[in-house]
Write a protein that binds this ligand. Structure first.
Ligand code: IVH
Length: 679
């Protein structure tokens, strides 16, 4: 047994050492096959002797269970960012400033030039050499705990290498917090991208987003499949004294088992840094990972301490960013896409060109204002740039090359999907299709909203079912939901008897609603719950609302010109009116609004104990209806709400002839205002 235990621990140490040689030093001595054999042996042994298994073991990277959600983590030492610079002049100014503040008479300052890795910043905390926590940067003060996913990153040491026992210098620090960048290497990203496309999924925007998404996965197995890598570049906290320079610090980290970016150089003087920047720019396209510039750090840690920080960035380091890559192409056409919320987005179609190793055919244009700014004509020669993202942007038009037949690009007046009017209230940048319930592009979104809990509350009818119902043509608009038959529902994939009954029951139940809920469910742009309630309170019934003009609408608190325009635009469409009529014919109904007069309504008084809600909740709800709560009954009191064991306020109300509401009366009023049940 002892011999077995020794063998297991030796095997584990051996594998850790090979991982170190492979990942940290880039000098593997074993073939992949030989390594895999060792690994399999350890796996078998740990399975056989679970009593000796350890979370630090290299075979335990992936096994952890998914987490329910990401927990917030406070950074002991804040995670700062760097100031950006963009030119040689900027850099010379930074160098001068550093001289002034720190070494006015020194001939040259020693700098470490590191690639600016384009991933996301991560902090790794080690206690007694074991990885105990990994966190994202977040806002710099608070990040998210991503220990479960970072543990799966092949080159993150789970256990630090002890420099002393390995013939190095120094001992293992009791506490160490290391910072670095996690990213997906280029070739890995290309493979993931190809696989996603093959599965018919939307291509991932870029390697950085993919890395961020992978790190924030709840299931470590998913993260493990993304080929993430971690490169260390700083120490936030250490219980042990650190070496005297950034260069030595990095070497020390490497000795502890961390991988470093390959392209790190220590040079002397501002000119040499510029030389490094040019060189890194030339290497950029061949590097194994995406970088977006070069980070320049004062090498001396004493110098760093002396220079200190301004606001959220150090004075001893800057990020010199690469200019975005530019290419020219020709604008072939502009297509207008309608999003799920009706937003109209112009997309440029350009003659295919290569930018940064990717063939580009489309460019985003954001909105009509952007087109105006560019002065874009079809047929124009345009300058495109790509800033890391797969879809590039148009930077400018080469006006000198404009052909005489070039036509200006104009925003359509009608929705390209459904032909409804395009609305663009003044002061809004985004133009939208007013087709709401009618427009194909918006139907799913509209239905999902319609059935949602705070709208018609049709339980069990989620997006998955709605999109199937849309696809099969059984449902095109909300009123169709009230015509659904069980037979038809059962034709859906994975739909069973019980679920179908449940859905039909929920549809039936939703017919009894309130006016505010109904108005909210229609999904009129910018009409949220509060506005729906204000509209219902003001107009009291749908007919009055349908007849309102812009002016009347704008008089309502909570309704500005933009919202008024959207409301009118919505009711103006025949199709929307028809859907509303059909909904009412299907049996949707609501109690008439008990008018709680707005304006000078007087105040309410509560006495006794309410069983369904606290005093404070009651007070808040009354406030939402525009009613204040007073502590004493007077002639101006609107009504008194009476719970169990009421006090003298009850008798006072009776004496003054003031209306008395039981708790049930109160809840009924709340219900009519869409405020009950509480959500
Ligand atoms: S040092 C106190 N070194 O750039 C500054 N940062 O804007 C600590 N980054 O959030 C950062 N490569 O994610 C440093 N070699 C490198 C870096 C690097 C990429 C990122 C990092 C940070 C951002 C700063």
């Amino acid at each position: 047994m002892r011999a077995e235990k020794e063998r297991l621990f030796k095997l584990r140490a051996e594998i850790n050492e090979h991982n170190y040689l492979y990942h940290a030093l880039n000098k593997p001595v074993l073939s992949d096959q030989a390594f895999d054999q060792l690994f399999a042996q350890l796996q078998a042994m740990e399975a056989q002797y679970p009593q000796w298994a350890s979370a630090d073991s290299p075979v335990q990277r992936i096994g952890a269970a998914p987490v329910a959600s990401l927990q917030s983590v406070a950074h002991q030492v804040p995670m700062l960012s760097l100031d950006n610079i963009f030119s040689e002049a900027d850099w010379l100014e930074v160098d001068r400033r550093i001289h002034r503040r720190w070494q006015a008479d020194a001939a040259a300052i020693t700098y470490v030039c590191e690639p600016k890795l384009d991933g996301l910043a991560i902090s790794l905390r080690y206690v007694n050499g074991s990885l105990v926590r990994a966190a994202t940067r977040g806002d710099g003060q608070q990040g998210e705990d991503v220990t479960h996913t970072l543990r799966t990153v092949a080159n993150v040491p789970l256990q630090l290498r002890d420099p002393a026992t390995q013939g190095g210098v120094g001992a293992l620090p009791e506490l160490l917090e290391v910072r670095g960048e996690v990213l997906i290497p280029r070739t890995t990203f290309a493979t993931l991208q190809a696989a996603a496309v093959q599965r018919g999924e939307k291509p991932l925007a870029n390697a950085r987003n993919a890395a961020a998404g992978s790190v924030r996965q709840l299931d470590p197995k998913v993260a493990a499949s993304r080929g993430l890598r971690f490169y260390a570049y700083a120490v936030a906290e250490s219980s042990q004294e650190l070496p005297g320079s950034q260069r030595e610090l990095l070497t020390w980290l490497q000795g502890l088992g961390f991988s470093l970016a390959q392209e790190i150089h220590c040079v002397s003087g501002a000119q040499a840094v510029m030389q490094q920047f040019r060189q890194l720019g030339e290497q950029r396209a061949q590097l194994p990972y995406e970088i977006d510039g070069m980070v320049i750090k004062v090498d001396s840690l004493a110098g760093q301490a002396l220079l200190g920080f301004v606001a959220r960035a150090p004075r001893w380091a800057v990020a010199w960013k690469f200019p975005a890559e530019e290419v020219r192409s020709r604008l072939l056409n502009v297509v207008w896409q309608v999003g799920r919320t009706g937003a109209l987005t112009p997309v440029a179609e350009v003659e295919p060109v290569e930018v940064g190793g990717v063939t580009v055919r489309h460019a985003t244009l954001h909105n009509a204002a952007e087109i105006q700014r560019l002065g874009l004509h079809i047929g124009d020669t345009v300058v495109l740039y790509r800033a890391g993202d797969v879809i590039p942007k148009i930077d400018r038009v080469v006006v000198e090359l404009r052909v005489p037949e070039a036509e200006p690009v104009v925003q359509p007046r009608c929705c390209p999907e459904c032909g409804s009017d395009i609305l663009q209230p003044e002061a809004e940048v985004v133009a939208r299709c007013s087709g709401g319930l009618y427009c194909k592009a918006q139907r799913l979104e509209a239905l999902v909203h319609f059935v949602s809990r705070r709208a018609m509350a049709i339980d069990g009818l989620g997006e998955k079912w709605l999109s199937q119902l849309l696809e099969s043509g059984q449902v095109q608009q909300p009123a169709d939901l009230y015509r659904l038959e069980k037979k038809a529902l059962l034709t859906l994939e994975r739909m069973g008897e019980r679920l179908a009954d449940k859905i039909l029951g929920a549809v039936e139940k939703s017919k009894a609603t309130t006016l505010p809920r109904f108005l909210y469910a229609l999904g009129i742009r910018t009409v949220g719950e509060a506005t729906a309630l204000a509209l219902a309170r003001h107009f009291q019934d749908l007919e009055n609302l349908l007849q309102a003009d812009q002016h009347t609408l704008e008089e309502i608190p909570d309704v500005g010109p933009v919202t008024a325009a959207f409301i009118l635009g919505f009711f103006h469409q025949d199709y929307n009116r028809r859907v509303m009529r059909e909904l009412l014919q299907a049996g949707i109904h609501w109690p008439t609004m008990e008018l709680v007069a707005h304006g000078a309504a007087g105040s309410m008084v509560i006495t006794g104990t309410l069983s369904q809600l606290t005093r404070e909740e009651a007070r808040q709800l009354l406030l939402k209806m525009g009613l204040r709560v007073a502590s004493a009954v007077s002639a101006k009191t609107r009504a008194v709400i009476v719970g169990t064991d009421p006090g003298s306020k009850y008798t006072e109300a009776q004496r003054l002839g003031i209306p008395v509401w039981s708790e049930a009366d109160f809840l009924q009023v709340l219900r009519q205002h869409g405020l009950w049940p509480l959500n």
